[in-house]
Design a protein around this ligand. Sequence first.
Ligand SMILES: [Zn+2]
Length: 573
Amino acid sequence: MSNVLRAALLSLFGSLALGCASPGAPAPGPPARAAAPSPPADLVITAGVVRTMDPRSPRAEAVAVRGERIAFVGSAAGAKAFVGPATRVVELPGRAIVPGLVDGHAHLYGLGVALETPSVRGARSAEEAAAVVAEAAKTRPRGEWITGRGWDQNLWPGAAFPTHAPLDAAAPEHPVALRRVDGHALWANAAAMRAAGVGRGTHDPPGGRILRGAAGEPTGVFIDGAMALVEAKIPADPPAVRERRILRAAEEALSSGLTGVHEMGVDDETVAVYRALAAAGRLPIRVYAYLAGAGRLQGLRERAPDADATGTAMFVLRGVKLFADGALGSRGAALLEPYADEPSTSGLLLMDREALARAARLVADAGFQLAVHAIGDRANRAVLDAFEALGPGRAAALRFRVEHAQIVSPDDLPRFAALGVIASMQPTHATSDMPWAPARLGAHRLKGAYAWRSLLASGARVVFGSDFPVEEPSPLLGLYAAVTRQDLSGQPPGGWMPEERLDLDEALLAFTAAPAYAAWAEGQRGRIAPGYVADLTVLGRDLSPDRSLVDTPIEMVVVGGRVARAPRDRRAP
Ligand SMILES: [Zn+2]
């Protein structure tokens, strides 16, 4: 076991976790249990290996589940004692069981929206993106909004932002609004701008920018705070539509091997649908949700965070999500120095330092957990300052988090551990951004960028996620990016800034025990041990720290002892 892993376990579980760990030793198995197991287990799964993430017995062969919890972890022979006449026995030789994988920063509802809206992701030109919109326009009544996302002008010839013209040609009679792949810019057609009442006389709102032509007329691209000028005019979705999207996205998450997600920013209408689904037993994965905070902070005093003492709730709303800055791709990330490839700007702070400090205090006083999006080094510093200003130990006690923590000044890296602030990071962002991030930042600022190993080694708690639908939902892609820092074609050889690679167990921890800690469920979820909640991901083979991670099949998923996704050979085609 690496020193970094030991430190990470210690920070997530306290000193007990390492009590009798013996690095490198073969699995000793769990402590012997004197009494005969009674009553029998509901479910017994045997596999090639169980990666328990429990340092006392890191490897096992079988898991027995009674009700919602794990009753036994150990040898296949030992598990036989838990088999009764009604026990479901699943034998999966050669497969691997890991604690249920959790995406620590995702947009489940956003995935549901993305699944049923046209995707222009991967389009190689503005015209190619417009062609997707033209297809969608054929099936929708005139005047209905067409929304979508996924475009990235960096993939296009010239890499320039588009204008409204191709979308006007594709859908002249539908308002069209397409978010950039990072969600920080909006591309609209003329009909959308007309519907929104946006024109030459419209001023840039605070924290936003309208791209304009020579005569000051909007060209169709709205950055960050300016997106609301158009998006505020898009009609709201009814509950039935929200429910359909949540369930579709949850199925997608399950098939990616996830047993839970941290849902990063939802509105009250969506929360109500989540609560109804959870109450009816229809939510198949755990959702730990953060309220989209802007505009809801004042009302926070009148509400209380959800409690989940047993770790078994399917929906918990306990946090608030805010944005300190934008994204690197659209040069909205707030940097301490100007962009290397556009020296006239250093990005935008969406909330100034005073507003951040005020918000942090408000959220803390209401007893909620605050998660603040911070990409640039200026934003990260501003958020850490706001958390520090709460007073000694306060941010740590409330488990405040920084989302992305993407570009951090080396001076600020140790502050995550010192303040007890969780660094919530997305390994695939690094491998998606690496072709162009050096141009934005310049070589000197790459130190401290996407620096998950430096953060972990400093003693910070690092949670991993994907930020889907910005990236693909599969946590295996995140594990691969975390341990190789290579793209899917294996580039660059040896990995990008390879000193920031993790080993497999360190990366697994960030998708299991670390999100459990961030959701106040350590000791309940995040490892495979007796008494823990039976959230399990079963993989088609054991994991190894290379390209094979990416196409490792998801064999089976168990959530709270319930088989949420059956073994592959028993699944309907
Ligand atoms: Zn996000």
